[in-house]
Design a protein around this ligand. Structure first.
Ligand SMILES: [Zn+2]
Ligand SMILES: [Zn+2]
Length: 344
């Protein structure tokens, strides 16, 4: 059968093309896509990257409905079920997969042929995936919300890393969509959440989403605010999502003994931290990072979204029909949007 799919052919060029889907193989599932969010990865191709990376089929934050099951499919979902799709492939047998660190699956490390059509391809009417990539949701689930399982799964890994206890105090640096998702998920863990963000409007959004306190990290009173937040004590964990090297450097001054510094975001341009090894030794600090999601965190994300346990609606800035996918990309790259959802 054929499917319409969105192809980025060059900078600011998206077109809908028709491609042939292969016949459904064993342990494969045919899905009618319902919602697909445009993430920063897709935006990078739309804004412009090196020529050999085109043409590119974007779309890795996807939900849909099961249309047909291939032979021998593991009992993941039935025809008609709403599902969230974990588009990234996992081999299940490499050393990382066997350790439960399938976010580092060696299958994903392979490159792609230059100048040839490639990419996750979720911006399509229909997709075929392996059964292990299909996560069943509750009947009646909101497809737009389910499409955001991937970013939620990444943040679930991040907030699960430190050994947090009820009543602990944590700091989230930055209030992009990833910083705000940290606020949302950390509040589920029974901790007090402070946000550091220079922009007052953005601080307001963090407070509206449940942050207990928000302050400007550049302000001369910032240190006082931090110490007042927890009776003179520093943070049990600090989650860096934005702000570059200066933010991480500042985080080191506000980490309690036994504290966790969790580097969720990457740093561009790259740079070096100044850190005294004795601070790590005497304070028993844990410095860690998280990258992407695992099958387990994806499973947790689908369960939470499917049951409406977190309010993801404020992250959906606009819904655009597939026929206007070019406009959807224009909106997605605008700084005033979080996620733009393409609907089918
Ligand atoms: Zn994403
Ligand atoms: Zn693997």
């Amino acid at each position: 059968m054929k499917t319409q799919t969105a192809v980025i052919t060059g900078p600011q060029k998206v077109e809908i093309q028709e491609i042939e889907l292969p016949p459904l193989g064993p342990r494969q599932v045919l899905i009618k896509v319902k919602s697909c969010a445009i993430c920063t990865w897709e935006q990078r191709f739309y804004k412009g990257c090196s020529p050999e990376e085109y043409p590119f089929r974007g779309g890795h934050e996807v939900s849909g409905e099961v249309v047909e099951l291939g032979s021998n499919v593991i009992d993941v979902a039935a025809v008609g079920d709403p599902v969230a799709l974990a588009i990234m492939t996992r081999c299940g047998v490499c050393d990382h997969c066997r350790r439960g660190m399938d976010n580092f699956c060696e299958l994903d490390e392979g490159g792609h042929p230059p100048y040839q059509l490639w990419g996750p391809g979720g911006l399509s009417e229909f997709v075929i995936l392996e059964d292990y990539q299909v996560y069943k949701a509750k009947l009646g689930s909101n497809f737009d919300h389910l499409a955001l399982a991937e970013p939620v799964a990444c943040v679930i890994r991040s907030v699960s890393r430190p050994e947090l206890e009820f009543g602990d105090h944590v700091l989230v640096q930055g209030t992009g969509i990833m910083g705000l998702l940290h606020v949302l998920l950390l509040k589920q863990l029974g901790v007090q959440v402070m946000v550091s963000e220079p922009d007052a409007v953005r601080r307001g959004k963090a407070l509206a989403l449940g942050a207990d306190l928000a302050a400007d990290p550049m302000s001369p009173t910032f240190e006082r605010t931090v110490l007042d937040f927890n009776g003179g004590r520093k943070f049990r964990a600090i989650f860096f999502t934005a702000g570059g090297i200066p933010a991480i450097q500042q985080a080191l001054s506000f980490l309690s003994k036994g504290g966790w510094l969790c580097l969720y975001g990457s740093v561009h341009p790259k740079g070096m931290l100044e850190i005294d090894p004795n601070d790590i030794h005497y304070n028993e600090w844990v410095v860690t990072g998280t990258f992407s999601h695992t099958k387990n965190s994806f499973r947790q994300a689908v369960s939470m979204l499917s049951q409406g346990m977190i309010n993801i609606a404020p992250f959906i800035s606009e819904r655009v029909p597939f026929s206007s996918v070019g406009y959807a990309f224009e909106r997605a790259i605008s700084p005033d949007t979080y996620r733009v959802i393409v609907t089918f």
